[in-house]
Unconditional design. Structure first.
Length: 421
């Protein structure tokens, strides 16, 4: 499709025929080297080294027709964002947008299928824009397909974010990319300073557990996390957050890369700038720390919070902008089934129960780990994607008839959904 040339308040578009500035970073890096050489023993500014890492060498973006903006036909699975990408003019692959991945990468099987070199420069072609990267390493993502419901093909990481301004409109389910050299924001959203800790993007936020004073902390912004919030066990223990919850439950699921047990609880409020999200569900994970144990970092912001905004990831200008959408006041509905279902089989259409929360609706209905859900309310379960099934299990007060396959037998149970938090 042609370059987007809309009259929008979020940026100033380049006039037709204006020179292409895709190599602005290369020129800027060259100028920086000259300045440092002339400065001799001059000491670099500390913030420039600890805040935003420089873009990788030989990395740049080029927009079609000399433009500076492009709208990408994104696909959303739950609150996860995927963009169609051609690598070196290959067939399109769906790459997950991951703001915490240090580099973009591809699945090893996909790389072999496309014949991609491991350490050579690659051109990532999206609708209306090409991003050149020095390499696209082959990195697997364990359990991704089972937990998301589609095969993993690749990731767009921070080297991608360093080359373009990325606008994700979660309400409209669209993504736009802009040339940072021309981008000027003038909307009504809140711009927050962006720093990095352990290589991950961090913004300031506040949260409250009860009637006490809000806690101020840094949160990693993680577009690859489908949950609303994750708070590290280290931070929770240091601030006695577990004891402050009047109610908490053990999570049924285990996350893609996570390890250890997870406990769920509701915060009173979570604040990003002037925007407040009431009673979001937070995961208190016993796994790895979000930013290499940085004591200032409380946890991660995931899709359950991000979906309430249009989020503008402006890494080149060291900021993230949040524009609230119509979902800002929506209730944060967690799972109400007490069962965790994963995908398997051809096309990832087999829906299998991986775990059942003790005392939850699934346990009450007699659902067992290992059961395969063959039907839901007299309809074939294969007609639903994994994300659609999980959305169905977030509707309070509903009762669903499940047709289960267990050890060669067919069993029918009634699953009565209810709030667990």
């Amino acid at each position: 499709m042609p370059t987007v040339s809309l009259n929008t308040s979020r940026k100033r578009l380049r006039k037709p025929g204006a020179p292409w500035r895709a190599g602005w970073r290369t020129a800027l890096q060259a100028a920086t080297l000259v300045v440092l050489a002339l400065a001799g023993t001059a000491r670099p500014t500390p913030r420039a080294q600890v805040n935003v890492p420089p873009p990788p060498p030989a990395s740049y973006a080029r927009f079609a027709f000399g433009g500076n903006a492009a709208e990408i036909p994104a696909q959303f699975i739950g609150s996860l964002v995927f963009l169609p990408v051609r690598v070196n003019q290959s067939q399109p692959s769906l790459y997950q947008l991951d703001s915490t991945a240090a580099v973009s990468s591809t699945d090893p099987d996909r790389a072999a299928e496309l014949g991609l070199p491991s350490n050579s420069p690659v051109a990532l072609e999206l609708e209306g824009v090409q991003v050149q990267l020095p390499a696209l390493p082959a990195i697997p993502k364990k359990n991704f397909a089972a937990q998301v419901g589609r095969a993993y093909e690749g990731t767009l990481g921070q080297d991608f974010f360093a080359n373009v301004v990325v606008e994700v409109d979660y309400a409209r389910k669209t993504v736009r990319l802009y040339d940072p050299a021309d981008y000027q924001y003038s909307g009504r959203g809140q711009s927050l300073p962006l720093t990095f800790s352990g290589g991950r993007p961090v913004v300031p936020a506040k949260f409250s557990l009860g009637a006490g004073k809000p806690v101020e902390a840094g949160f990693v912004v993680n577009t690859a996390l489908d949950a609303s919030l994750s708070i590290s066990s280290r931070y929770a223990k240091a601030h006695n957050l577990h004891a402050a919850h009047s109610k908490k439950v053990s999570a049924a699921e285990q996350h893609m890369e996570g390890e250890g047990d997870t406990v769920l609880g509701r915060l009173k409020v979570f604040e990003i700038g002037p925007h407040a999200v009431d009673a979001p569900i937070a995961e208190f994970s016993q796994g790895g720390e979000p930013a290499e144990g940085d004591a200032r970092i409380a946890g991660e912001i995931g899709g359950g919070i991000l979906r309430r905004f249009t989020v503008i990831f402006d890494f080149p200008h060291q900021r993230i902008i949040f524009e609230a959408n119509s979902n800002i006041r929506e209730d944060d509905r967690g799972d109400m089934s007490g069962i965790y279902v994963v995908a398997g089989g051809p096309g990832w259409k087999r829906l299998e129960v991986a775990s059942v929360r003790p005392g939850g609706p699934g346990a009450d209905a007699g659902v067992h780990p290992g059961d395969v859900i063959a039907g839901i309310d007299d309809e074939p379960a294969a007609d639903l994607s994994l994300a659609e099934l999980r959305a169905l299990f977030r509707e309070p007060g509903h009762a669903h008839k499940l047709l289960l396959e267990r050890n060669g037998q067919t069993i029918t149970v009634t699953l009565k959904l209810r709030r667990l938090l």
